[in-house]
Design a protein around this ligand. Sequence first.
Ligand code: KG4
Ligand code: ZN
Length: 336
Amino acid sequence: MPTILAIESSCDETSAAIIQDSKIVSNVIANQTIHRLYGGVVPELASRAHQQNIVPVVEQALVQANVPKKSLDAIAFTRGPGLLGALLVGVSFAKSMALALQRPLIEVNHMQAHVLAHFIEPPLPSFPFLCLTVSGGHTQIILVKDYLQMEIVGQTQDDAVGEAFDKTAKMLGLSYPGGPLIDRYAKAGNPQAYTFPKVAMPGFDYSFSGIKTAFLNFINKNKQKDTDFIKHNLADLCASMQQTLIQILLEKFQKAALHYQVKEVAIAGGVAANSGLRTQLTELAKKEQWQVYIPAFQYCTDNAAMIAMAAHYKFLAEDFASQEVSALARLPFSAS
Ligand code: KG4
Ligand code: ZN
C-alpha cells in the first residue's frame, strides 16, 4: 500500500496530508484569516499566503506522520476547480517535489475529493450512493458509482449555496466566511419568522442567485421602517434564510434520490458542516429509510486528507499525471 503526500491549495486553506496504507496519518491545515478583512477571498492575497505557508505546512505534515521524504511513493495535488493563482502554488510545489524525488505525480479533482472524504474513517458508504456536495464554489448532486466513477446528475446553474450563505451574511454585517456565523445565530432564531422565494429549476438543478437579491430587497425595505431592523432580528433572519436554503437543497436531493432509487445518501463540502442541514438530512433519511453518511466537521471544509484519499485510489488505478513541463500548460483551472 502506498505512502502519498497530498497538497490542497485551491482556495483559502493551505493544507498537506500524508496517507499511508490507506490511513490518514497527518492532515495539517493553515487557514488564511486575512480574507476576513475584505469580506471574501481575495485571489492575489490567497496566492501569496499559499506561497508563505506551503513549505512549513508540508514539513509539518511529514514530521507529524513521521515519514521521511524518501519513503513517499507519490506526490498528489489539487488540479482544480479553484482559484488559478492559488492552484498554481500547489501544482508547482508538487511537481518540483515529484521531479526532485523521482516519484509519480497524481492530480486530483477537488470536488471528487470532497466526496471521497467519506472514506477517511468509518462508517464507509457502499456504492452506489448519492452525494449532495455543497461548498463555496459548487452545489452538485453526484451519483457515486465507484471511488473514481461519479456522475453529476444535478447542479447549480448560477451561484453555489455556500456563496448564498456568505453573501447574505455579508448583507447582515457578518464577517467572512458567513456560513458558520449564520449557522451559529440561527440556533437562537425562528426559522419560520420570514419566508424567501424559491426559484423552480428543471430536473435536479439548483439556482441561488435570486434569493440573494430577494434578501437584500427585503432588508432594505424593512430598514426604512426600522433602521436597526437587522440588529433587532438577526437570529430570526439567519434562521429563516438558513431554513430556506436547506429546504431548497433537500427538496431536490430527495427527488433525485427517489429517481435513482438509492438506499444510501451522503453530504460533503464546506456547507455540509451546517448543523441544520446535518439534522434535517438525518431526519429525511430516517423517513425515507436511507442510510445516511455525514463526514466529521474537519473533513467537510477544505483539507488535504480528502485529496490524499482520492490520490490513494488513483495510485491503485495507476492514474498518474504527466511529468512533462508542457503538462502545466494544459492544466485546466476551470470547472473540471
Ligand atoms: O468546501 P469549502 O471549505 O471550500 C470550497 O471548496 O468552496 O466550503 C466553504 C464554504 C463557505 O461558503 C462557508 O461559508 C461554508 O462552506 N460553510 C458553512 C458552514 N461552514 C462552512 N455554511 C453553512 N454552515 C456552516 N456551518
Ligand atoms: Zn472545497
